[in-house]
Design a protein around this ligand. Sequence first.
Ligand code: AMP
Length: 539
Amino acid sequence: MNSTMQSHQLTVTSLMTRGARVFAQSEVITWQGEAARHSTYAQVAERAARLANLLTSMGVEPGDRVATLAWNNQEHLEAYLAIPCMGAVLHTLNLRLTPQQLVHIVNDAQDRVVIVDASLVPLLAAIREHLPTVEHVIVVGEGDTTALGEHVAYDDAISGQSSEYAWPEIDELSAAAMCYTTGTTGDPKGVVYSHRAIWLHCFGVWGAFGLDESARLLMIVPMFHVNAWGIPYVAWMLGCTLLLPDRFLQPEPLCAFIKAEQPTFTGGVPTIFTGMLQHAQATGADLSSIKRAICGGSAVPRSLIEAFRDKLGIELIQAWGMTETSPLGCIAFPPAGIDPDEEMAWRSKTGRMVPGVDLRVVAEDGTELPWDGQSVGELEARGPWITGSYYGVEAPERFHDGWLRTGDVGVIDARGYLQITDRSKDVIKSGGEWISSVELENILAAHPAVAEAAVVGVADAKWEERPLAAVVLRAGAEASPEDLRSFLDGKVAKWWLPERWTFVDELPKTSVGKQDKKLLRQQYAEGKFDVREAGKAAR
Ligand code: AMP
């Protein structure tokens, strides 16, 4: 029997037209270093229509890729609205990739137009001659563009266009946006988001983050990576005040923006929040307008969640996701009705799977493991906003019976909470047993002398692999390997305690600010570290 419901396509256009009409007076605020630029949703929507007309005049057709190389600002939001709604595909370029990677992904996606921020023109100019598919370049803002060759200026070019655009009917399954993975192994692979996936993900994020029109939403998480967790579309759908920090992402200007514009909600990776915490403690900067912050992208140490609660009065909520999962998969709110003493233990988990996302852990032979909070296996995901393939490449090894193999390793408990213990390529297998680098790092991060720590597996004659801890100490602080070993002692199994320690000024990072453990292992293998020994491997 058929239902009586209308068949209605789930498209970004429906989100866009709703925001423009229902929340015409809501604001988009972009920080400019000293002061903010304010625009209404009505103005942003009008400029998005002008941009769509400009792109049409450049010959952009449905399905064509239009790239952005840009920070979080109003023009980037205009591109987020115009490009998918005209039927083209928004391809956000990660400005921290190497020039070689950028060349690879622009050519792989066959981008026809690039919208570039003036501050990033040198990056594009350096590779421009290697981008044969790019026919037009549009530069946002002021700057020296002489090295770039032919291009148009964004404001000038859109001002000559009509402020009306006949947005087409779009098939919900067609491509709206794409983003490349940032894995440290192999070439980046393209993930293509459909209108439907973005629409459904929006509703998932809305529910999970607990947002409404009153939120003043500071979007720190970059718009060049995984659609900024879908936040631009969720905010627009709900009429939130959107606060965009542009390129001012260091703790000092961020705190100035917070003081000036009083956000109530934010989202970002642990590194950013660690920096903000240290800055606030050192300077007394007032972050108290923020009530809730979502933190993900890598494991969030319990000590950071506690410090945010105790020192700043901010509820820091851990979430998990990846480029391939749009990204929201899990969020770590504690279960209802638990004892307040236990709350932090739940908040420190990776998170509970959100409605719409199915997760499971599987053993090496592919069999599903029980949800007992103990059985460690590779995490697999499926759902309407999880990718089922990669753009233009066969990668059968990344899928398993219709599930995405995430490459993360962890456990799921009876209530659907996930605890990630490692990336599969980073797991440490010592004497046949797994040691969780994530857990060791989280505990080390709570030591008062430690600014940051990474633990990787290195070859060992007896145990095959043993953990090496690479530690960045806080400015002026001191700690010996013995101090740190005894700090870990009692908190993890004895045989997990690393015997190899090295103290470094900084840890290598990937283009999205995650620890680059592959490089760390390589640096160790090349003898680049001064390794200090402490204790013996216990068994
Ligand atoms: P990306 O596709 O660059 O966003 O990276 C996704 C990966 O980041 C995941 O597969 C995880 O390895 C890692 N990640 C994201 N959130 C978390 C989290 N809360 N805890 C641990 N790892 C995380």
